[in-house]
Design a protein around this ligand. Structure first.
Ligand code: UDX
Length: 421
């Protein structure tokens, strides 16, 4: 939907097809259900301009297309590999009605070799297959699409690859035009690099705690090095979401199938589990050692701020282990409501503090920074605050008479005692 609305906004005529008729009806009426800044406006403008439409029924929709983008899900399948059934099903559905010369373009994250597999399934020489991975982050997807760092396009039909790259000319971004396998690998290589960077930072944060250093200062010092860069250096409860966990697992399988044991990536995945376990241990320590019967208030459930997406959320992973150990959980997330297993979801941050032995920040929503910690302290039954996102100002929490622990922020580094001359 984001791809469709954004392509329409840069001048293309776009028809979006889905199998879910109710979803299509909502979108055709301009109703966007996901929390994605700017998307509803773009869908509205696309519908009004006539450049964007939503329909059910792929065969009719592709009959006169110059290009068809496959944006279907490729979830984690058996054994961690990407499940390509949706890609294969839609290829089979439209294969014989795609007009000659129309490019079939994969947007979904697909294993290396999928373009070749689609070509075999299609069994046609007159339909070029092109890989065009996207690098959109949830919560900033529209802006990422319209201001991309780069456009990556790959095909064994170079003319078709250049034609697809040209669809983005309006965006004036650098483009990498290459073969299909390389383009397919870029997406995995990039996401797995980001996951590895985060696992590395989380491990360094652990070392900071043990050595009496402050991860904020350490990453600031690292980030000014342009070879490292300042982004993706924030420690947390582990990386999650709909892409990094799935893509890291899939890439280890891709490597295995190619006869290569990608030990570095395996270590990054294991480190992510270790990070969650360290967070659990930290919370257990904060409530006196035993989680059984501990009342714990959770601030944040989404896998990151700015989205209501709970898929592979580290917050939920932490919560489920806490619940399994007998903790009583109350949770608040500004973008998440309804019922979730193992916890009571409330609709106000202060309610999680009522009677809590500990309050734990799990998602970095800015509004948590502005909470009245004096009031929270009054509501709580204990005094522990565990900030897994290093979001809060420790001084404000401490001044309210509460205890505070972040990630990789040793107390002696944060509050050094004044030197005595
Ligand atoms: C990711 C990629 O960034 C994007 O390019 C790709 O197209 C899809 O996958 P997204 O899943 O939206 O995007 O999330 P992202 O912003 O990358 O965050 C992933 C996880 O890492 C989240 O759990 C987030 O909280 C965590 N994270 C991110 C950190 O813990 N620290 C950071 O500094 C950055």
């Amino acid at each position: 939907m984001t791809t469709g609305a954004c392509l329409a906004s840069i001048g293309h005529q776009v028809t979006c097809v889905d199998v879910d008729a109710a979803k299509v009806a909502r979108l055709a009426a301009g109703r966007v259900d996901i929390l994605e800044p700017g998307l509803a406006e773009l869908v509205g403008r696309g519908l009004t301009s006539g450049r964007l439409s939503f329909v059910v029924g792929a065969r009719a929709a592709v009959a006169e297309a110059d290009g068809v983008f496959l944006c279907v899900p490729t979830p984690m399948g058996a054994g961690g590999s990407a499940d390509l059934r949706a890609v294969e099903a839609v290829t089979a559905e439209i294969g014989d009605v795609v007009p000659p010369g129309c490019a079939l373009i994969t947007k979904s994250t697909v294993p290396v070799g999928t373009s070749r597999r689609i070509r075999e399934l299609l069994g046609r020489d007159d339909v070029p297959v092109v890989s065009n991975p996207e690098f959109l982050r949830e919560g900033t997807a529209v802006s990422d699409f319209l201001h991309p760092d780069r456009i990556v396009v790959g095909s064994d039909d170079l003319a078709a690859a250049h034609w697809v790259a040209g669809l983005y000319d309006e965006l004036a971004a650098p483009s990498v035009v290459t073969d299909a396998a390389s383009a397919e690998l870029v997406k995995y290589a990039a996401n797995c690099f980001l996951a590895t960077k985060l696992s590395y930072v989380n491990a360094v944060a652990e070392l900071c705690e043990r050595l009496g250093a402050d991860i904020e200062a350490v990453t600031e010092g690292m980030g000014y090095d342009r070879r490292i860069g300042r982004s993706f250096l924030k420690p947390g409860p582990g990386w999650g979401g709909s892409c990094l966990p799935k893509d890291t697992h899939a890439m280890t399988r891709i490597a295995e199938a190619a006869g290569f044991e990608f030990g570095l990536l395996r270590a990054a995945i294991d480190e992510n589990v270790a990070q969650r376990d360290r967070i659990i241990a930290k919370i257990a320590g904060a409530v006196g050692g035993s989680l059984a019967g501990a009342r714990i208030g959770l601030l944040g459930l989404a896998f990151k701020a700015g989205t209501n997406d709970l898929r592979d959320s580290p917050a939920l992973a932490v919560a489920s282990v806490l619940a399994a150990h007998g903790a009583e959980l109350t949770a608040y997330d500004p973008a998440v409501g309804g019922e979730l297993p193992g916890m009571t979801v409330v609709d106000d941050a202060y309610q999680v503090a009522k009677g809590a032995h500990a309050v734990v920040v799990l998602t970095e929503w800015a509004e948590f920074r502005r909470l009245d910690w004096d009031y929270l302290a009054e509501l709580m039954d204990g005094d522990a605050v565990v900030d897994t996102r290093n979001l809060l100002e420790p001084r404000r929490v401490l001044d309210a008479g509460l205890s505070w622990q972040g990630i990789g922020r040793a107390r002696q580094a944060l509050f050094p005692t004044a030197a005595v001359s």
